[in-house]
Ligand binder design. Structure first.
Ligand code: G6P
Length: 593
């Protein structure tokens, strides 16, 4: 969601900022723009659509200071006028986030004589900065004051007409700042700076950074502060395609490796897996695929607990009335660690006295820093919007937490522990085998369809939810998921000849039940793709295509089951010729509500 890139140094800033924006394309956007100093004026160029459209408008101007932006539209449609940067009076800004009180601010500024060209909240923030700066004539004091006025979330890069400095501040949305051999850089995320440096500062909420050509100064409450640098531990290749046609494909194929690394690390450091046996309530809160991982976490944990685990999407949880007390553990799952709703849910949980545990990928992200405890999934950068490796590692993390819980509650015998551990260690081998399978046949059968249905029960139902989300995210095929037993309460009326149904049946406790439901749709003409555990028997008449998933403990099964569904979604989208890594309307990191 909205990418920000800025540069101040002694090189030509424009190509550096454009390249930085390209490396942030994965965040999702629908217009882009840049602003730079030229002949002591600020020049703004922006355009609807991809960065390649913007590039067509860029002349051979050279500048040492430039700010750039990819916009994911919130206030106003994705057109050139609404694109960032915005310029009002002496101020030019780019913004990631949403200013919630922009409407009342806009009315006030209109009364003060300001005129607005766009429909955006950002232009209002820009005018606000200008109006305060006109009175105060002091940039730092102006920026301190706007923090007390603006409500909502923001990461801003700000330039004033009269000074070749970039000011940066944030509330909610992330910003990183780096010194490098080519000059000073500011960005929404690491991939934009990796070509030049692995060291960076994380701008904290309330801090202001003054980024000059040869110097960076940080302030907090108006006073200069010193900050420690962080180091990005992964190598540059982790943010490059490395010969794969798409980031999504690369990330699917990376799963055996990241899973093995994860297991090695956490089996050697089993004490880092939290002991949650003493909690009386457990809530799991997340968005999107992380929410699906949370649903599987419920199944894993409930195997050993004597109470139910509540799983809720963050956007609902934050406005619901969750019964939380000091004996409650709220587990928040987020790849980015910056999802606005998940952060709000975490803050609510803390306010109500619960303990919070974050399952996070991005090191040093807001969720990781603010939760009482954090487990890093260590997936490395995930660039494709549709998550794959981060999802499987989230599921694996919850599985290990449940495994430890079972051990601590003496519900898993020593002998069972060894068997389950062995199953964990076989995951990567089984995934590699499934990655070699050819799914073209069934891809050809489904890629032209308008509707697809997924059915399964319990953990298989939750894997269906994720498989279905993958498919619709990147192939734009309408896909719905039902608990297998629920389909006949209405939706079965949509099944006709050759309607594709993807059924998952890997749980032996309910296998026969799911198979009966699959027979019901087969009898009505459905084209059935069945994913079943390889040791469970089924008649050939039940399915059209069969995918066998190797038998493992239920703590492990869903981590393997999802692999063919990731690949099928990828292959279908590829066949349809879509922009798989950057699907329309979607954002990787959703930093607004
Ligand atoms: C977006 C992404 C999804 C992701 C969800 C939650 O919708 O497109 O892939 O699952 O946000 O993101 P998070 O970073 O909190 O895991």
């Amino acid at each position: 969601m909205c990418g920000i890139m800025g540069y101040n140094g002694n090189k030509n800033a424009i190509p550096i900022v454009i390249n930085g924006l390209k490396s942030l394309e994965y965040r999702g956007y629908d217009s882009s723009g840049i602003a730079y100093f030229f002949n002591n004026n600020i020049k703004v160029i922006k355009e609807k659509g991809r960065i390649s459209e913007l590039e067509k408008l860029i002349s051979d101007d050279k500048s040492n200071l430039c700010i750039g932006h990819t916009r994911w539209a919130t206030h106003g449609s994705p057109n050139r006028i609404n694109a960032h940067p915005h310029n009002v009076g002496s101020v030019t800004i780019v913004h990631n986030g949403i200013i919630e009180n922009y409407h009342e601010l806009k009315n006030k500024l209109i009364k003060d004589g300001y005129k607005f060209k766009s429909e955006t909240d950002t232009e209002v923030a820009c005018a606000l900065i200008d109006s305060i700066y006109q009175k105060k004539k002091d940039k730092l004091k102006t920026l301190i004051e706007i923090q007390t006025i603006l409500k909502g979330s923001y990461a801003f890069l700000i330039i004033f007409n009269d000074e070749k400095t970039i000011y940066a501040l944030r509330h909610g949305s992330p910003l990183i700042i780096a010194e490098s051999s080519i000059g000073n850089l500011i960005a929404s995320d690491i991939p934009a700076i990796l070509e030049y440096t692995k060291e960076y500062y994380l701008l904290e909420e309330g801090e202001i950074a003054e980024i000059k050509e040869d110097n960076i100064i940080f302030y907090q409450e108006g006073k200069e502060i010193k900050k420690d640098k962080l180091i990005f531990e992964h190598d540059l290749s982790s943010a490059k395609k490395e010969g794969y046609s798409h980031f999504m494909l690369k990330e699917i194929y990376e799963q055996p490796k990241v899973i093995d690394n994860f297991l090695k690390y956490y089996f050697e450091n089993f004490n880092l897996i939290p002991d949650i046996r003493n909690y009386k309530k457990i809530h799991i809160v997340a968005c999107g695929s992380a929410y699906h991982a949370g649903l599987l976490g419920k199944v894993f944990l409930e195997e050993y607990l004597d109470f139910n685990v509540i799983v809720e999407t963050s956007s609902e949880y934050r406005y619901s009335k969750p019964f939380i007390d000091k004996d409650t553990l709220v587990i928040l799952i987020s790849q980015s660690g910056e999802t606005a709703d998940t952060l709000a849910a975490m803050r609510l949980a803390k306010e109500k006295g619960a303990k919070t545990l974050g399952i996070v990928n991005v090191i040093g992200s807001s969720l990781a820093r603010e939760c009482d405890d954090v487990i890093y999934i260590n997936a490395g950068p995930e660039i494709a919007v549709a998550t794959t490796k981060a999802y499987t590692l989230q599921v694996l993390t919850l599985s290990l937490i449940a495994f430890k819980l079972g051990i601590n509650l003496n519900k898993i015998t020593k002998e069972e522990q060894d068997i389950i551990k062995n199953d964990y260690l076989l995951i990567s081998k089984e995934i590699k085998k499934l990655l070699k399978e050819d799914y073209q046949d069934l891809v050809n059968k489904i890629y032209k369809k308008e509707h697809i249905f997924f059915i399964g029960r319990l953990m298989d139902y939750y894997s269906c939810l994720e498989g279905s989300l993958k498919l619709k995210e990147i192939s734009y095929i309408h896909s719905e998921t039902y608990p297998a037993g629920e389909l006949k309460h209405g939706t079965i009326s949509l099944i006709e000849d050759n309607t594709p149904i993807i059924g998952i049946a890997t749980d032996d406790n309910i296998y026969e039940k799911t198979i009966s439901n699959i027979k019901e749709v087969k009898a009505r003409g459905a084209y059935v793709i069945l994913l079943k555990r390889n040791d469970l028997k089924v008649e050939e008449t039940v399915y059209d295509k069969l995918i066998n998933i190797p038998k493992k403990n239920n703590l492990v099964m869903p981590i393997i089951t999802i692999i063919p569904l990731q690949l099928i979604a990828f292959e279908v989208a590829k066949k349809l010729g879509y922009d798989i890594d950057k699907p329309r309307n979607l954002a990787k990191s959703v930093t607004v509500e």
